[in-house]
Design a protein around this ligand. Structure first.
Ligand SMILES: C[S@@+](CC[C@H](N)C(=O)[O-])C[C@H]1O[C@@H](n2cnc3c(N)ncnc32)[C@H](O)[C@@H]1O
Length: 209
């Protein structure tokens, strides 16, 4: 199921990733929570949830609400489940790919993807947005946080070719025609923090047409 080298690497290093994310992504998770303005009874899906750090922050806020997390990497899900159990939160975690979301139509009020979308090929991006469109309620919102692309120098291009194949990092993110075709529109776009100086990021809020 894990087609891309980069996903295999992340699965192998899930424990290290978990620690990195806890230290470096808290600001991003908090921004997501502020933007989503959760009132406590939403049904929330986190696609490519990784080791579940965002889910734990959401769980603190949700009273009657429900959180679902899905990730293609079994080790990420294992860690996420362990942490949720330890803190006494009931989060529905599943191992699975973003292109095949095993949920009902119009099931979720809020969907998050945090640094996941850039792992997908062009075709997978398109398929994933279509699936997000299917499982998101008509008045729901899709929040993404993503890298804006990488420098066009030899080092980055070679590194990315070796580790990400034809994944979207190379093509740049959020191809406009995919968003258009999927039936979403961008309601808001906000500049995010930069990682390692040159890795610029953006939050996007997408809404169904
Ligand atoms: C950089 S990590 C981000 C993890 C998490 N969202 C966070 O905030 O820490 C990217 C995650 O996307 C997952 N992923 C990559 N491709 C995926 C796919 N096709 N379907 C579901 N998850 C995927 C990886 O396994 C990894 O856990």
């Amino acid at each position: 199921m894990m087609k891309h080298q980069i996903t295999k690497v992340l699965n192998f290093g899930a424990g290290i990733y978990d620690k990195w994310a806890k230290h470096n992504l808290n600001e991003v998770y908090q921004k997501f929570i502020d933007l989503a303005n959760l009132n406590g009874n939403e049904k929330v899906l986190n696609i490519g949830c990784g080791s579940g750090n965002l889910d734990l922050m959401i769980a603190e806020i949700l009273g009657e609400g429900l959180i679902f997390g899905i990730d293609v990497a079994p080790k990420m899900i294992e860690i996420a489940k362990r942490k949720a159990n330890k803190q006494g939160y009931k989060i529905d975690y599943r191992i699975g790919g973003a292109t095949n979301l095993p949920y009902e139509n119009n099931e979720f009020d809020i969907i998050f993807t945090c640094l996941m979308y850039h792992h997908l090929t062009y075709e997978e991006k398109s398929e994933t947005l279509n699936k997000i469109q299917r499982v998101l309620k008509q008045d729901g919102k899709y929040f993404s946080f993503e890298l804006c692309g990488f420098p066009d120098d030899l080092f980055h291009q070679t590194f990315l070719k070796l580790f990400t194949g034809n994944s979207g990092i190379i093509q740049g993110l959020y191809p406009a025609e995919i968003i258009e075709k999927s039936g979403f529109y961008i309601d808001e776009e906000i500049k995010g923090p930069s990682f390692v100086k040159h890795h610029h990021t953006k939050y996007r809020i997408m809404i169904k047409k």
